[in-house]
Structure formats: C-alpha cells, structure tokens
Design a protein around this ligand. Structure first.
Ligand code: FE2
Ligand code: FE2
Length: 404
C-alpha cells in the first residue's frame, strides 16, 4: 500500500493538535508551522467517539497545516509481538490522513493485556537495546517507514544497569535507523529528578539523529519532583536546553505539547512564538523540501520472537514489575520472598531479580496506587461507552419503527 503525500514538508514549530482547540489553531494559522496529530485520538474507538468522530475537523486542519503523527499505545519495549490491531489501525490512519512522519515512545507500559498507560523506562541494558532494535524493525516494516522514538519521563531508572540513558540511546541508534524525538522537557525533568547534568547528557546523546523535539510545561511538586503536566508555560531552563539542541542538530520539527489550561490561548501562542523564533534563527527558510513515498508490508508473524532465550529474563522482569504494580496477591508474595515470587513468572537470573528488588519502593507504591485509579477510570469510560452504544441502538430502532 503506497501512501502519497499531499502536504508540504512539516518544518518549523507548531502544536500538538487537540480537537477542542481547533478554532484557536485555525485562527492562528500564520503563527503555527505544523501540527502533531495523536493517532490514538482517531484509532481508539472510545476516544474517537467522544471527539471528532468523522475526522471532519482534522481534515480541515490538515488542509491548512502540514502534520506529523504521534502514537502512544505501541509499548515497543514490552517483550511481546506488536499488537496487530495497533499496526493495522495505525496503517489505516496514516494512509487516510496522508501523514508521513511517525513517532512513538521508547518505553514499556503494557504487559500481558494490562496497560498501565504510564510509561516505564526500559532498563538501560544491552538486552533492552537488542529487543527494541528487533521490534523497531518489525514495526517499521509493518508501517512502511522508519520512525522516531521519544525519551519519556520516568519515575526511577531501573537500578544496577550498565549503561547511562544517553549512551543507551546512542547504542540504539547504532543498531537501527530510528531517529530520535527528543522531548526536552522530559530531559530536563529527568535530569532534575534523577540527579544528572542535562548538558552532559547531550554530549553523549545521538544528536545527529534528532529529527523532532517536544516542548511542554510542567511544575515542581511539593515533594520536589518535576512533573510534565502539559498544562503550564515552558520553563525557562527548558528554553535554554531547547536552543542548544536546535543549534547542535538538524532537527526540523518542534512541537509544543499542551493538554489543558488552553485559555487564554495567547499564553499558549507565546510559547509557540518563542519556539519558532529560536528555530528559524538557526534554519534557512529557503531549503528545498524533501519528498518521500512509503510502502508498508506484512511482517512475518514470528518476528520478533519474544520467546527467544536471550529475552527470557527481560520478559520475566517486565512481568514481575507489572505484577507488583497491578496484583495485590503478587505484592504479598513478593513481600514474603522476592525470589519465590519472581520464580512464579520465570524470573531466575540474580542480576535481573536484584534490579527489581532495588527499584525505588516509594515509586512502586505510587504506581500501584495509580493503577487502582486507572482501573476505576477505565470501568467508568467503558460504562459510558456502552451506555452511548445502547442509546445509539435505541435511537436507530425507534427511527426504523417510525419509518416502517
Ligand atoms: Fe509523546
Ligand atoms: Fe513528549
């Protein structure tokens, strides 16, 4: 399946599109270079029904702005094959919208059907790189294009891992042709929350692969942690880092992420204006646009192989970590004897076991509490969705009765 482009090259600084700020975005088209579209808003039925169901607003926006697509459900780090529904739906959406450029998150959040919807950092170890490289190749083949991987904010780095985060990404780039979506706010937050120097990070990070940048605002919690809430203006130190990244890379795409507190919209525009000003200070407006065509192909169902012995302990580690977050019974077993509990999910290797034993306990408790809240919220969403479906059926039946 070939996907022709009907857009100009996405280049410059823009905003993550949300249907509820459609009017504001359209009325500032001279001050926004491009849009980032969250694919899940259009491929997850529950999310789509509650918003721009017919994609009419999106089509209007994409007739005006160049765009890029950003996914959220892949969980590329999970040692399991990529979900077929995700690949099929993403492919359909990319073809339908004409968007060419795609990105996802370098993280894992979904294990054995339980989706935490909060990103967990991959352990900075060779097994992770090896797994990510294979799954990246499979997804790339399925969606017919290379894509960018985003650094996420994380609660804690998995302890006792041999690599630092920047080296981890550099090695990943050596194993694949993935580009990097560098979320500068995530970099700032992680450097503050986990005590490392963001400037030194950039010296080791694969800057030559940075194709996209995210900026977002956040706040400092009372516990002294930075959160990327996507609700505030971009913080001053993030602007400094951003300018450095623009200066040191060939990155062409900058996206401001904002999920709430949209009004007054002038405040949001202030951040976009500033991002554009810095971007265009370092770029030549007259460069010729590149064009590309992509072709997806069906992937070998057996690839990548999550059962391969080399990934068995990474897989078991992920299972045990998710079980500690999502299952009270497993937590009790873990508290009694971690080695016995780990063995229940195949975690035998002493190094991997120790990594999980020494994960920050306060953060593990926070994740377990978040999971309880997510379960309640998911049940509510499901109930509302089912009620909506029943109401639609009832409407349909009564209109058929009336017409017969
Ligand atoms: Fe993201
Ligand atoms: Fe981001």
């Amino acid at each position: 399946m070939e996907t022709p482009s009907h857009h100009g090259r996405p280049r410059g600084a823009g905003i993550a599109y949300r249907f509820n700020i459609h009017e504001e975005i359209m009325s500032h088209c001279d001050r926004i270079d491009l849009l980032e579209i969250s694919t899940e808003d259009y491929i997850v039925r529950e999310r789509r029904l509650g918003s721009d169901n017919e994609m009419s607003l999106l089509r209007e926006a994409l007739a005006t702005f160049p765009g890029v697509a950003h996914g959220i459900s892949l969980s590329i780090g999970t040692v399991a094959r990529p979900a077929k529904w995700y690949l099929d739906a993403t492919n359909r959406f990319l073809a339908d919208s004409g968007l060419q450029i795609f990105s996802e998150h370098c993280a894992f959040h979904s294990v054995d059907g339980s989706d935490l919807t909060l990103f967990l950092e991959m352990p900075f170890a060779e097994e992770s790189i090896s797994w990510l490289a294979r799954k990246y190749e499979a997804v790339k083949a399925a969606i017919g294009r290379p894509f960018a991987l985003e650094n996420v904010t994380y609660f804690f780095p998995v302890p006792h891992c041999p690599l630092d985060e920047a080296t981890f990404f550099r090695w990943l780039c050596e194993e694949t042709d993935a580009t990097m979506l560098l979320d500068v706010t995530n970099l700032f937050n992680n450097s503050q929350n986990h005590g490392y120097d963001a400037g030194e990070f950039l010296d080791r990070y694969p800057l030559d692969r940075v194709s996209q940048i995210h900026l977002a605002g956040g706040f400092l919690t009372r516990q002294g942690q930075w959160e990327d809430s996507h609700s505030e203006p971009v913080m001053e130190p993030v602007w400094e880092l951003y300018e450095e990244v623009i200066r040191r890379t060939n990155c062409e795409i900058v996206i401001l992420e904002r999920d709430s507190k949209f009004h007054p919209f002038d405040r949001v525009m202030d951040d976009i204006d500033r991002a554009r000003e810095i971007f265009w200070n370092y770029r030549d407006e007259n460069e010729a646009p590149a064009s590309a065509r992509f072709a997806s192909k069906s992937i070998d169902e057996n690839l990548p192989d999550p059962e391969a012995p080399e990934f068995s302990q990474l897989r078991a580690f992920q299972r045990a970590m998710m079980a500690r977050i999502t299952e009270a019974g497993f937590r009790e077993a873990w508290a009694r004897n971690p080695a016995d509990a780990g063995a229940m999910v195949g975690l035998f290797d002493k190094t991997w076991l120790q990594r999980l034993i020494d994960c920050d306990p306060a953060s593990m408790d926070r994740l377990a509490n978040s999971w309880k809240a997510i379960e309640v919220e998911d049940a509510q969403i499901q109930e509302e969705y089912e009620q909506g479906e029943w109401a639609a059926w009832a409407d349909l039946l009564s209109s058929e009765e009336l017409s017969s």
